[in-house]
Design a protein around this ligand. Sequence first.
Ligand code: PMP
Length: 449
Amino acid sequence: MQRSYVIKPELGKSYPFVSHGKGIYLYDKEGNRYIDGCSGAVTASIGHGVEEIAEAMYAQARSVSFAYRSHFSSDAVEELGAKLAEWAPGSLNWSFFVSSGSEATETAQKIAIQYWQEKGYATKNRIISRWMSYHGITMGALSMSGHVLRRKRFVPLLADGPKISPPYPYRRPEGMSLEAYALACANELETAILRIGPEHVAAFIAEPVIGASGGAVVPPDGYFQRIREICDKYQVLFIADEVMTGVGRTGKPFGIDHWGVQPDLMALGKGMSAGYTPMAAAMATDDIIETIARGSGLIMAGHTYSANPQSAAVSLAVLRYVEKHQLVEKAAERGAYLLSRLRELADELPLIGEARGLGMLCGLEFVKDKKTREPFPLAQGVTARIIKRAFEKGLLIYPATGGLDGVAGDAVIIAPPLTITTEEIDELIALLKESIASVEQELRQEALL
Ligand code: PMP
């Protein structure tokens, strides 16, 4: 094989070459088939190889692919903006288009800070976030992220923003009710705001369901309602990071819709274009945009590819496809089936401490001892072993480990395309079961279990 000069996730490791995809399946050039059990990075939510998206892509490219946003708007961009305003809750009507989830959360962060500046509160510029969170890899987004492993090398360069505990029901204090736990976790936000002073706090950011740093950790009811109350009390904006949970993934249009809470800003990515093109957005309310319009009138953010017609046309076609095939409803229905099958696995297999999730965003947490919930030491690489074994058997699943560092050890995300059928879910479960059971055996042989 030709020498590679591509910097890959693991240097020195060789990766199979993908050849094509269809539905929930990906194929490599050697003819192996893989179930895309995590939609890549929880991205390919309408499945692979959808013809009508390719057609929309071609049609836009034939007229114009790129026109700079400082020069032109376009039908594709305007229609996408209008479609998202329809989808998003309440007065979240405005979209700032970017190309990745990191850019989306970072743009939301900037808009929040600028909003307070325009209102004359220049010191309101800190963002409070949570441990066990992931908001992106660029420095601003990483500053807000409570993903311990991804932060470690860069800590001295990161902006200083307080982090509070997320609700993590599986590991809540023994004997505490979910209701009391929800309030205790949310009230940490009030404590953090009071410690640094509300005059220094621009916004609070959270993922409605914790993804990459926890493995589909769902908050108890009441948590986000209390967060909203606290934000209102201290004039702090609430940013919902819907990069992973948005556009139907959890069985509602957006994750936060499960609790009927209205964010001030929302970050979207991943499922917004289902992987057919890089596309993401920061969405803001009427109040925020009208305030900035009355002030400087210019949002200080943006990238070369922001609001390019090509990506907008593809994303619009994806949203229309989701609507036409009722994939939000399907995610709710089939996601419930997937979770019930994962819970059966959790009952059977000693390695699984908990199966959890919402809609088609599910997770498994692996433990050394099911009774005490004792985690494996991270160095034993249990998640990596399970992912590798599943890959060998033709199943892709996504790690959600690093964020748990110091709290717990191992978790994965199971989040197939929203189009998956129940038969395909059964096929996924069978491979998952074999993979976990095989790693269990290996750990026993090494006397690690
Ligand atoms: N926010 C959340 C909740 C995410 O899951 C991710 C990606 N895993 C990001 C932000 C960053 O998105 P991207 O990788 O597209 O920059």
